[in-house]
Design a protein around this ligand. Structure first.
Ligand code: CS2
Length: 493
């Protein structure tokens, strides 16, 4: 089949937006680690906007740190791919030209380090998912016991981890007399800039203390809040787009219309005119990050587990079940008391917009996609709100059901008896803990011993333990939908 490429670009249907700039003249100003669908539908679109404005410094060299899949999707297409924006009424099609190709880190580590050390590169962005930073989810400390981290510390000539590639490239830049690039984490980590900075400096210090001192003094790791719902692309999506374009685009991505990027205004060097392209630059990202992680992502995770356990394949289908939709509102009632909303954020309007985004049927956002890696997500999405509410002497009934639903999900069986593989880096540990618990009531305390997820302060707080145990037993007795309804209408049951 004919693929999307520079050659077939001009023959696309008229309604398809094209890059419209001289792509061969574009310089590589950005290296992105973890070039998955979210980057291609979010940050890359902003860099593409900068290129379309005439600033040709901002081409993006992508890097996969795990597998050649995206390289094999994009390189045969000259880096081109289509962003399909689904608003529930129709699809907007835009071909993104910002990609300058994709390297595969494990195949060519030296080439990736050299690219990151190039004088034209001013920014390194990352979407390596929470687990890709090799940081303890509860404390944020670099996992020095991780085999790949230990290998990078022992020998940085062929890095294996995101911190390793960053440290190796910064070392090379220092040797060349260049400034550091600005490292911009685009993952849903709390205090993502501070965390990747701490991890990078910890690794550098274990290798060369003077390098660590230089990074501390000269480096920049701005905090960000990133937001766009980007469901995984399916074979049906690719086939459907092919019928519209007349060529096949293996690298397409689909997303909602909503997009938001808030970046701390702290850079080591050059950057695009971000504000011209809708990016919010601010000194205070945290209020935006907390609101997004605790409202959007907290509800996403709770909905993912309650929905998938009860047979709702997609988020919009779960929201079409009144008890689950009402539960989300109750969860938001709890979580929003822990926020310090940034100036300009109307929380009621934000919640209404979030619900409309969740209800968008065209996204077909799979609950099981969101359920992945829950051990890495729970701390910032549900546990932080629970800890803050308990500290304020407030109840956590809805938050506790979200936590209990994650615990139930670790069983690997849905309410209809369908077995599934729990997709989580700690799945072996949670499975072992579940087998230790002989009854439902035993399993909650067993899982609470998982210090990588549950900090001591929470796991030993009787109010937290009781609330999660009650929720877990309610799930066992009533099922997810009825358990959710009982949270919403405690006296209606
Ligand atoms: C989702 C996020 O898969 C998940 O964990 O909650 O990817 C979510 O879609 C984005 O954070 C929205 O900005």
């Amino acid at each position: 089949m004919t693929r999307l490429s520079q050659t077939t670009l001009d023959g696309l249907p008229a309604e398809v937006e094209r890059p419209g700039y001289d792509r061969p003249a574009v310089k590589t100003g950005v290296v992105h680690l973890g070039i998955g669908a979210f980057h291609r539908a979010h940050q890359a679109v902003v860099f593409d906007d900068a290129l379309r404005s005439g600033d040709l410094r901002w081409g993006v060299l992508g890097a996969s740190l795990r597998s050649p899949g995206v390289r094999d999707q994009l390189n045969p297409q000259d880096g081109l791919y289509t962003l399909v924006v689904r608003d529930g009424f129709g699809d907007g099609l835009r071909v993104i030209g910002a990609s300058k190709g994709v390297l595969v880190g494990p195949e060519s580590p030296a080439a990736l380090v050299a690219a990151m050390a190039d004088a034209d590169v001013h920014i390194v962005t990352l979407t390596v998912t929470e687990k890709g930073y090799r940081l303890d989810p509860a404390t944020g400390a670099l996992l020095t016991g991780d085999a790949d981290v230990a290998a990078d510390i022992a020998d940085l000539s062929a890095p294996r981890t995101a911190p390793g590639f960053i440290v190796a490239a910064l070392r090379a830049r220092r040797e060349k007399g260049l400034k550091p690039f600005t490292v911009i984490s685009c993952d849903n980590l709390p205090h993502n800039g501070k965390r990747i900075r701490a991890g990078v400096i910890a690794m550098a210090r274990a290798i060369d203390p003077s390098l660590a001192d230089w990074i501390e003094a000269e480096g920049a790791f701005p905090q960000t809040m990133i937001d766009r719902i980007v469901p995984a692309t399916t074979p049906e999506d690719i086939a459907g787009l092919e019928s519209r374009l007349g060529v096949r685009d293996e690298g397409m991505v689909k997303a909602e219309p909503f997009t938001q990027w808030v970046i701390e205004d702290a850079f080591a060097g050059e950057r695009p005119a971000f504000a011209r392209f809708g990016v919010q630059l601010t000194a205070a990202v945290e209020p935006w990050e907390d609101a997004k992680l605790r409202l959007l992502n907290g509800a996403h995770s709770a909905t993912a587990y309650l929905g998938a356990l009860s047979g709702h394949e997609h988020v919009h289908e779960a929201m079409a079940t009144p008890a689950l939709k009402a539960f989300v509102a109750t969860l938001w009632d709890e979580a929003q008391t822990t926020l310090n909303p940034p100036p300009g954020l109307d929380v009621a309007a934000y919640r209404a917009e979030l619900m409309a985004r969740f209800e968008n049927p065209a996204l077909r956002h799979r609950t099981r996609q969101i359920a992945m890696d829950g051990s890495q997500k729970l701390p910032q999405r549900l546990l932080a709100s629970a800890a803050d509410r308990l500290a304020a002497g407030q109840d956590i009934t809805a938050l506790a059901l979200g936590v209990a639903a994650w615990m139930r999900w670790q069983s690997g069986v849905t309410e209809s008896g369908e077995a599934f593989v729990v997709d989580d880096p700690l799945a072996d540990q949670t499975a072992a803990l579940l087998t230790e618990g002989t009854t439902d009531a035993d399993r909650v305390p067993a899982l609470l011993t998982l210090r990588a997820v549950f900090p001591e302060t929470l796991a030993t707080d009787d109010r937290f333990v009781q609330a999660v145990t009650d929720a877990y037993l309610s799930l066992s007795e009533h099922g997810a939908v009825e358990a959710a309804r009982r949270v919403v209408e405690p006296h209606g049951g």
